[in-house]
Design a protein around this ligand. Structure first.
Ligand SMILES: O=C(O)CCC(=O)C(=O)O
Ligand SMILES: [Fe+2]
Length: 253
């Protein structure tokens, strides 16, 4: 078995000697196992709760562990640019395939016309889906209980279209409009702007996709200070959380 297949086997399980066998689907037909939910308040933010099965999550975690990146609690971030490790390239391919095989873009012909009005109902606009590669930058973050990330918009050196996979611990990510943008219409005269935060529950194995307004006009943050991680009225139990963010670097002219 060659090295790439061996890595795929480790990440996606024993039955995955060939790409056709990946549980994530081969992109050739509509895939009913992945359901994509748009966030009603935020255009361009989509959530797929069941992107990786529990088995695939633990295989992926083992692979990450084998990279030796988070062997100590003080190690909390790893980045790769350009050539991604084989398992990350495979994850990127899987996202691509799942998106192509979803009902939103079941006909690849639709991908060629980017301004056909269908972009609103697809988790990723067609112009992003046709770029090669879909992602070429990887960042892994490891958060101990209580640790999170401050409100930010991802740097402009990255193109539109960002994917974040969550592993190990559930969390609530909050989105707030960037001040001074057209998003301000969300804030009526009675409310203070900072209170407009949209919570999104990220469970292990879930994937979010951000594009357009969600990527440029909304900040995202994770505040894991006790008291801030509430979902449906209950404080979430915190463990270590690992996230995998995939992005595409802007081309330098
Ligand atoms: O850990 C996460 O889910 C978010 C990471 C993030 O927003 C970033 O690295 O820019
Ligand atoms: Fe971010």
């Amino acid at each position: 078995m060659d090295a790439r297949k061996e890595i795929l086997r480790r990440v996606f399980g024993d039955s995955s000697d060939s790409e056709e066998d990946l549980e994530l689907g081969d992109g050739s037909e509509s895939d009913p196992t992945h359901s994509w939910v748009p966030t009603k308040e935020i255009k361009g933010l989509w959530l797929c709760r069941d992107f990786l099965s529990p088995q695939n999550q633990s295989s992926l975690l083992t692979t990450i562990q084998n990279e030796g990146w988070f062997t100590e609690d003080s190690h909390n971030q790893a980045m790769r640019f350009g050539d991604l490790p084989a398992w990350a390239a495979e994850l990127s391919d899987s996202i691509h395939k799942v998106l192509l095989s979803s009902d939103f873009v079941s006909d690849p012909m639709e991908l060629r016309s980017s301004h056909d009005g269908k972009d609103n109902i697809s988790p990723f606009p067609s112009d992003l889906l046709s770029r090669e590669p879909l992602f070429d930058q990887l960042i892994l973050n490891s958060y101990q209980p209580g640790e999170g990330i401050c409100a930010h918009v991802d740097l402009m050196r990255f193109e539109d279209g960002i994917a974040i996979l969550s592993l190990e611990s559930s969390c609530v990510m909050h989105f707030s409009p960037v001040e001074g943008t057209s998003r301000d219409f969300l804030v009526d005269g009675d409310k203070d702007p900072p209170t407009t935060k949209i919570p999104v529950h990220l469970t292990p194995g879930s994937l979010i996709l951000m594009s357009g307004e969600a990527r440029y006009l909304w900040k995202h943050e994770i505040n894991r200070t006790p008291g801030f991680q509430k979902w449906e009225g209950k404080e979430l139990h915190q463990k270590r959380r690992i996230s995998i963010t995939l992005r595409k670097l802007c081309q330098v002219e």
